[in-house]
Design a protein around this ligand. Structure first.
Ligand code: BV8
Length: 234
């Protein structure tokens, strides 16, 4: 059986691997982000309290990279957008990624770890779109304060967004698909087991095997995702 029957409700979880062929670094592959900088120094609330300038520079650089015209959605992002448009049943696309490549491909994605193109004011707490550099003089678009604009991303030790909604979708889905994620960051890493425990068929799309799945599609996402989407839409 390559797909469950019936197959009405799908949950898809994407990670950095789906954006790798668009030119965005992953985190834990050779040469990945966490091989160049320690997550404890740039991706925790303690790092922000300790050295705002360093954390701000880390996210400024990644936000600036995202604005590079060479960084475009790839055929995996585009295939998921087509699936989302044409799937007759329920489909929830959850991403751990903070880039906007799913949106630029035409998808509606739920960013459980937040977004690089938004900032949060430490004075009023408002999230605002932000595509340029953040500096100590940057003013909050909502309250005009210069108290500080942190990235609107979920750091280690912070609670990811939408967990109740995701858990509900995992308990109801017939099919769970993990694409381009190493399955090392919780609670996202536990989603496949949660789906399986509720009887869902689980598929992993990755270059490597990372955990327990009913089926595995091994290869670059730009090849494997369009193939899987074609099978789902057949
Ligand atoms: C929380 C935003 C409490 C910032 C990120 C249990 C044990 C140990 C630790 C914990 C635990 N439970 C919780 C923790 C703590 C921690 C954690 O999991 N730590 C890890 C290191 C062990 N978790 C947390 O702190 C989370 N919060 O637990 O709060 C709580 C929770 C629930 C209820 C109550 C309380 C918050 C985690 C979020 C952290 N923020 N990002 C930023 O981006 O700067 S996480 C970061 O890792 C990114 O979001 C990234 O997306 C995510 C996961 O990485 P991946 O996407 O999987 O990327 P990775 O590089 O690892 O892998 C790439 C994969 O792609 C590889 O498999 C590769 O083979 C594949 N690939 C590469 N190229 C391709 C490809 N596949 C296909 N095609 C290709 N071309």
């Amino acid at each position: 059986m390559t797909l469950p029957s019936p197959c009405h409700s799908i949950v898809i979880l994407t990670g950095a691997g789906i954006s790798a062929e668009s030119g965005l670094q992953t985190f834990r592959d050779v040469g990945g982000i966490w091989s160049q900088v320690r997550l404890e120094d740039v991706a925790t609330p303690q790092a922000w309290d300790r050295d705002r300038a360093r954390v701000t520079a880390f996210y400024n650089a990644r936000r600036q990279q995202l604005m590079d015209p060479a960084i475009q959605p790839n055929t995996a992002h585009l295939a998921l957008a087509e699936l989302q448009r044409r799937w007759a049943g329920d489909l929830l696309l959850v991403t751990q990624n903070v880039d906007d490549l799913h949106e630029r491909a035409g998808s509606i994605a739920f960013h459980m770890h937040g977004r690089l193109d938004q900032v949060r004011c430490v004075a009023c707490g408002a999230d605002s779109p932000w595509i340029g550099e953040v500096t100590p003089q940057s003013r909050c678009p909502a309250c005009d304060a210069t108290a500080g604009l942190r990235p609107s991303v979920v750091w280690f030790g912070e609670i990811p967004h939408g967990l109740e909604r995701i858990d509900r979708a995992l308990s109801e889905c017939d099919l769970f698909i993990a694409i381009g994620t190493s399955g090392t960051v919780y609670p996202a890493a536990g989603f496949s087991a949660a789906a399986r425990n509720h009887g869902a068929y689980t598929i992993e799309v990755n270059l490597e095997a990372t955990g327990r799945f009913d089926r595995r599609l091994v290869g670059p996402a730009t090849e494997t995702v369009p193939t899987l989407v074609a099978e789902l839409l057949a």
